[in-house]
Design a protein around this ligand. Structure first.
Ligand code: PLP
Length: 388
């Protein structure tokens, strides 16, 4: 047993780094740019309650995914996975009528965003965004040492008319556009996106994380544009439409020469693991199951929106699996309502930022979850807020 005076610590200078500098200041090895950059704050993952805060799919993944998981040969984990996810890319190419060289598999859609910066943007370059938008864009631009060029959405949630022109004027190398838009839920049509891609001199990344929930009656499809615009990159994910947020699997669709440096240089050699690749193939081939879920989400989306409007919360039409509800008369009440819902174990999202602070973003849940949310809101809204 060590004596009371003995120390488990190695002698100074051996195997230990100083925790403090002279004067008590904590030493930091973080690079300066990082110290000044806030990280992305993901939505919380509460264990129970009604979880409508991170736009997950309320329905389970396809049975074929469960079967692929049950049958996955453990022996396969001894080996590295196919480095470029060839089986998945072949399946995705069949599904979208493209060539496998026009597809890159990524660790969630989020990895594609990071790869786009690493592939097309030098530190110091401008990268366009249209806020309010997915807040990860700004974080990743900052981490890369690039400059965010903010071209705000119009009052009625449209892309600013001079978007491409302003990007070109600033010499932007890349622009992130989310369509359908998050957090408004609005869809920009194909001709609008095509016009921007045609005018913009950099790479246009259209983030289609929520495209699976667009009403098929609209006939919306940007994939043919990939063959018409050398600078157009589409982001897809299995997190939302395929109920696989926990798997971390996304992919990019774009012209082969645009994707080539990403596939062969900036991507990690084994960026998507063997198990994820196997399950992703099963998911993307279970089209009927997925379509059925999308239809159920769309039906619930309309019912949820109607219920929110009835409660006096103006809510925009949405082509995604979430809605954005306004809480009159203003910011304080939206924030208070968010906290009150949390207190009842009903989780939605509130963003304390311009244009969003008076709103709640609510993911479309299963019917019973939406009912519980609407009931909690009805109850809370019928009670006058303290001080009002
Ligand atoms: C607009 C948008 N893009 C991309 C993603 C990335 O999703 P994932 O990394 O889960 O594929 C999300 C996730 O919430 C999102 O909201």
């Amino acid at each position: 047993m060590p004596s009371p005076n003995s120390s488990a610590e190695p002698p100074p200078g051996r195997g230990r780094r100083p925790a403090t500098r002279r004067g008590g200041e904590t030493a930091s090895y973080e690079r300066p740019r990082l110290r000044d950059t806030a990280g992305y704050v993901p939505g919380e993952q509460p264990a129970g309650g009604v979880k409508l805060n991170t736009n997950e799919n309320p329905y389970p993944p396809a049975p074929a995914v469960a079967e692929a998981l049950a049958r996955f040969p453990i022996e396969r984990l001894r080996r590295y996975p196919p480095p470029d996810a060839a089986p998945f890319r072949a399946a995705a190419a069949r599904r979208h009528g493209l060539d496998p060289r026009e597809i890159v598999a990524t660790n969630g859609g989020d990895e594609l965003l990071r790869l786009a910066l690493a592939t097309y943007v030098e530190p110091g370059d401008a990268v366009g965004i249209a806020p309010p938008t997915y807040s990860l864009y700004r974080v990743l631009i900052g981490l890369h040492g690039a400059r965010p060029l903010e071209l705000p959405m119009t009052e009625d949630w449209r892309i600013p008319e001079d978007f491409a022109e302003a990007l070109n004027r600033a010499g932007a190398r890349l622009a992130f556009l989310v369509n359908p838009h998050a957090p408004s839920g609005r869809l920009f049509d194909r001709s609008e996106v095509a016009a921007i891609a045609a005018e913009f001199e950099g790479v246009l990344l259209v983030d289609e994380a929520y495209v699976d929930f667009v009403d098929p009656a609209l006939g919306h499809d940007l994939i043919p544009l990939v063959r018409e615009h050398p600078n157009l990159l589409l982001l897809r994910t299995l997190s939302k439409g395929y109920s696989l947020a926990g798997l971390r699997f996304g992919y990019g669709l774009g012209p082969a020469p645009l994707l080539e440096p990403m596939r062969t240089k900036t991507r990690d050699s084994y960026n998507v693991d063997a198990l994820a690749q196997g399950l992703a193939v099963a998911a993307i081939e279970s089209r009927a199951w997925a379509r059925d879920n999308w239809a159920k989400v769309r039906a619930e989306r309309e019912r949820l929106r109607a219920g929110l409007v009835r409660l006096g919360l103006p809510t925009l039409p949405s082509e995604t699996n979430f809605v954005l509800a306004r809480v009159p008369p203003g910011e304080r009440r939206a924030e208070a309502l968010y906290h009150a819902l949390e207190g009842r174990d009903v989780h939605v999202r509130w963003f304390g930022e311009p244009r969003l602070a008076d709103r709640l973003r609510i993911s479309v849940g299963a019917p019973d979850e939406n009912d519980r949310l609407l009931a909690a809101l009805a109850d809370l809204l019928s009670t006058p807020a303290p001080g009002s």
